[in-house]
Design a protein around this ligand. Structure first.
Ligand SMILES: NC(=O)c1ccc[n+]([C@@H]2O[C@H](COP(=O)([O-])OP(=O)(O)OC[C@H]3O[C@@H](n4cnc5c(N)ncnc54)[C@H](OP(=O)(O)O)[C@@H]3O)[C@@H](O)[C@H]2O)c1
Length: 230
């Protein structure tokens, strides 16, 4: 049994991660920013005693700092940076402003770094020592042939750099870090036209995470195990 820590776990891909890891019998620390609005997650937690709920707004630096104390001496095998925003309010040329842009950067880029920093001792104390960032194919500079989505593309490309740096810096400690594009998934963010269901995406990503070896650390995966160009 491993301990899995997931941000943004109340809906979409985060909720499906919780479901599938809990069904496999793992200890799941499921973070959500509003307990009161996490009805489905709360119901799931009543069915599975291995789900531990924790309130975390990833934009709240104080809550992030407190993670070190709250989870002191608790090994965390897999840290999944799932919480994300699409930046739809500031994605087009002519439609951007500093406030909107900084929110996207804070949630998608800065918070994963600060959360990793706060929980590093927990990761190092675990068996799997794995850090995963939910990225997007839109972060790939090689693949960018259409432009647009400025804040989102930039925030996820920067997340890729962070995870790559963590993979390099922590390799001697046995830490594995990778980013995964979940596919185009039918969630609030992906919309109804998404090509796959959350269940398909999560089954694939859990397979990638389970089979992640040191030699793959620092890679840019797709949920089906293939890799993307940076
Ligand atoms: N769906 C896709 O097609 C797709 C494709 C590529 C990458 N991704 C990435 O996959 C991840 C999950 O996406 P999704 O499709 O599941 O999106 P989603 O349905 O919009 O869910 C986003 C999750 O992030 C949480 N979140 C946002 N801001 C937060 C904050 N400040 N503090 C805590 N939680 C916060 C949301 O919580 P609230 O309910 O409180 O807002 C929600 O749980 C994201 O990182 C996204 O960029 C998705």
């Amino acid at each position: 049994m491993a301990t899995i820590f997931i941000t943004g776990a109340n809906r979409g891909l985060g909720l499906e991660f919780v479901k599938q890891y809990a069904q496999q019998g793992h200890h799941v620390i499921a973070c959500t920013r509003h307990f009161t609005q996490a009805t489905e997650l709360s119901q799931l937690a009543t069915l599975h005693s291995n789900i531990q709920l924790h309130e975390l707004n990833v934009m709240d630096e104080e809550q992030i700092s407190e993670l070190t104390t709250v989870f002191k001496n608790q090994p965390i095998d897999v840290l999944i940076h799932n919480a994300g925003v699409g930046g739809f309010q500031c994605e087009a040329l002519g439609g951007m402003d500093q406030k909107g842009w900084l929110e996207v950067l804070t949630v998608n880029t800065v918070s994963p770094m600060l959360i990793t920093q706060a929980l590093l001792a927990n990761i190092l104390a675990s068996k799997a020592k794995t850090i995963i960032g939910l990225t997007s194919i839109l972060a790939s500079i090689d693949d960018n042939n259409s432009g647009g989505r400025y804040s989102y593309r930039a925030s996820k490309a920067a997340l890729n750099q962070i995870i790559k740096s963590l993979a390099c810096e922590l390799s001697d400690d046995g830490v594995k870090a990778a980013v995964i594009h979940p596919g185009w998934v039918k969630t609030a963010m992906g919309g109804a036209d998404g090509k796959i269901t959350p269940a398909q995406s999560i089954t694939g990503m859990m397979n990638v995470i389970e089979n992640l070896q040191s030699k793959h650390s620092g890679s840019f995966f797709v949920y089906d195990g293939t890799q993307l160009p940076w």
